[in-house]
Every structure is written in structure tokens, then in C-alpha cells.
Design a protein around this ligand. Structure first.
Ligand SMILES: [Zn+2]
Length: 373
């Protein structure tokens, strides 16, 4: 089947979305634009969930429900985040040779508005061409870039679909089927304050202890499946005061639950081996969860649906394991089988971000094939 994709309409949707300000926790303008857009399709409903009270955003997540015209097909969801990473206010889209960039003073926002534009145009195509499709749900989340807040606060109970796709990665024709779990490292080392010149004998320098701890901690790539980092350090009050307190913050990521346990235990051992022998020095060490792992087995029905679509397009897809965390990790943790599709965005999280119209179209063809084949 050859689709009559309206390229200029798609480009217009994309540009319009990018030029609507939607920093994290301020997605309400975009959400109401999307509600106005989707509400005009017959039978389509839009609902803003109650997550704003949890996330602190000026809107909840937006859920768009499109009734199936081939109800025997498996219901599917598609997810994009509405927020954009800073600097993202007053974006002016520049289109040159069908490649979109910002003017250079902001990000572009193709992360993740290219995905939203794809779903807008796909909906047009489904209706205009009366293509048979399963029940579809679009989950437009808030505050992804600042901690996956909307996804974390999302209640999947009312959702018809139990599997779907996040349109939110670089590259095209790739499917992310694995991403690591991540925990924060929150540590505090307590020594004892004393005047550095008058009575240094009474002080225990938390900074010196932290230095020894840090040099003993494994960081960087720990093994084939795991990484760790200490990214923030703070402590001390004045040059003439032996510092009593140091706070360390970092993270550990691993694709393997066993290795995650191992590395956490090793962190604890390093802290206790160094701090416990020092009289009156203490520490606290916690590992709050950032997000659970994404790990799809090759036999998951979602990948069969994906592969069927690829075959219908005559394409080979790359199935890859990535190193980052996104809404898809949270959805998988909530029991929603979620793969991530590359949408062609490049140099994301920078003012050099770009995307080509060709990449957006290529992903649109894939999502449409997924929804109709
Ligand atoms: Zn993103």
C-alpha cells in the first residue's frame, strides 16, 4: 500500500509543535493544542489525567483514545513526551534543504515533538484513507526530561492497550528493546567540625574522608552491563573550619538486576571499610530508584507486530540495547510492554539539534504500518 503522506502538512504540524513553548511542568498550552486537534476526529476522545497534583505540572498527561476499526487487532499505544529540555523558550524553527534546526539559541524540540507530529499525521492518514486499525491510545506525558515525572504518576488502569511504543530515540528504523535500570547514589559523610588553626586535633575532616571514599569507588563502565558515576559533591563551610559534612550524589545503571545488587553492595563496602574505622565518623548511603530496566524478550508479541510491519515495508529494523532511561522504562515497570522507536532526531539536548523531514516521514510510515498491518 502506498500512503499519500501530506509532507507539507506534516512539516507544518512539526514546526507548529516546536514553536509552542513546553518546558517541563509547563505543558498545558501544548496539551490544549493537542486536545483541540484530536477532538475533531469522530469518535476520538481526549482526557487529561490527574497526575498534575503529583508532578506539579500545569497539566496532567494527555490520553487520546481512537476506537478501533479492526477491533480484533491487538490494542496498541504510542507514547511521546510533551516537555522539551531547556533552553526551549521561543523556539524559531529553521528549515533548510528539508532539515529542521532551531536558530541556534535553543534546542529544536524534535525530542519529542517529531513523535507527536508523526501521530498527528498518522491519525489524519488513518481517517482519510479509512485504514483498518486496532484501538489506539496516545499517551502524551509531562516532565519526562526532568525525571520521567508524568510517566511515573501515570495510572495505566483505564488503558485498553497493554503494549505499545515510545517514539523517542535517535536513528531511524531502530527499535530499542533493552535499557538499564538506574538508581541514584545519595551519600552523606559526617566527620566533626573544629577550628583548623586553633584545635585541629579535635576535627575529623569529612572532605578528606570523602576523598578516600571516592578514590575507592568504582566509576565509569563497571562491566559489560553496568556504569556508575559520582556527579555532585558538596560540603564544608569555610577555609578555617574542618568540614563536618560532605554530600555525594551519583548514580548506578545496570541492565542486570544481579549486577546492580553486586555494585550497590560494593559501594556500601567501600564506604564502611573507610568510614567505620574512624572513631566518631559516620555515613549514610541510599540508592533511591530512578527507573526500572527495560528488557523485552525476543518472543514478546509486540516485536512480532513490529516485525510484521517491517516486512510489509520491505525494511530491516535494528533491534538494539541502549544506555539511557526514558518513559518506556517506567511503562515497562508498570506492566505495559513498551519498545522505543528511533524517530531520526539528532544532536538532541543541544542547540545543534536537528531532524530531517525524510526521517520523520520514514518513522511515520513505520508507525502507520504497525497500526495497520
Ligand atoms: Zn525524549
Amino acid at each position: 500500500m502506498t500512503l499519500s503522506i501530506n509532507q507539507e502538512r506534516l512539516a507544518h504540524y512539526f514546526t507548529t509543535l516546536c514553536e509552542i513553548d513546553s518546558p517541563g511542568k509547563h505543558e498545558a498550552t501544548l496539551a490544549s493544542y493537542l486536545q483541540d486537534f484530536f477532538d475533531v476526529f469522530p469518535g476520538v476522545t481526549t482526557v487529561v489525567d490527574g497526575s498534575a497534583t503529583i508532578t506539579g505540572s500545569d497539566t496532567g498527561n494527555l490520553i487520546v483514545t481512537i476506537p478501533g476499526t479492526a477491533p480484533q487487532k491487538t490494542p496498541l499505544f504510542f507514547n511521546c513526551h510533551m516537555d522539551v529540555i531547556a533552553p526551549c523558550l521561543g523556539v524559531k524553527v529553521v528549515r533548510h534543504d528539508n532539515v529542521f534546526t532551531s536558530q541556534g539559541d535553543t534546542v529544536l524540540g524534535s525530542d519529542d515533538k517529531a513523535g507527536i507530529a508523526i501521530l498527528m499525521e498518522m491519525t489524519q492518514l488513518l481517517f482519510e484513507n479509512q485504514l483498518p486499525h486496532p484501538p489506539l491510545e496516545y499517551l502524551f506525558t509531562t516532565a519526562e526530561e526532568i525525571g520521567l515525572l508524568g510517566a511515573k504518576a501515570f495510572d495505566p488502569t483505564g488503558l485498553q492497550a497493554t503494549m505499545g511504543f515510545a517514539l523517542d530515540s535517535t536513528g531511524v528504523d531502530n527499535v530499542i528493546i533493552g535499557a538499564p535500570a538506574a538508581v541514584y547514589v545519595h551519600a552523606e559523610i559526617l566527620g566533626r567540625a573544629a577550628h583548623a588553626g586553633l584545635n585541629p586535633e579535635e576535627g575529623i575532616s569529612a572532605i578528606s574522608l570523602a576523598g578516600r571514599v571516592i578514590s575507592g569507588l568504582p566509576v565509569g563502565r563497571l562491566d559489560e552491563h553496568s556504569t556508575a558515576n559520582i556527579g555532585l559533591i558538596s560540603g564544608g563551610t569555610a577555609t578555617n573550619i574542618i568540614p563536618s559534612t560532605v554530600r555525594l550524589q551519583g548514580e548506578i545503571r545496570s541492565h542486570s538486576a544481579d549486577l546492580m545488587r553486586f555494585h550497590r553492595a560494593f559501594f556500601e563496602k567501600v564506604f564502611s571499610d573507610i568510614i567505620h574505622p574512624v572513631p566518631q565518623a559516620t555515613f549514610s548511603l541510599e540508592f533511591p530508584e530512578q527507573y526500572p530496566a527495560l528488557a523485552l524478550g525476543s518472543d514478546t508479541p509486540l516485536l512480532a507486530i513490529t516485525q510484521r510491519a517491517a516486512v510489509s515495508l520491505g525494511r530491516n529494523l535494528d533491534y538494539i540495547v541502549a544506555g539511557g532511561g526514558s518513559d518506556a522504562n517506567i511503562f515497562n515497570g508498570k506492566g505495559l510492554t513498551t519498545a522505543i522507536l528511533g524517530i531520526g532526531m539528532e544532536n538532541v539536548h543541544s542547540s545543534h539539534e536537528s531532524i530531517s523531514l525524510a526521517s520523520i516521514i520514514r518513522t511515520l510510515e513505520l508507525t502507520t504500518a504497525i497500526s495497520t498491518s
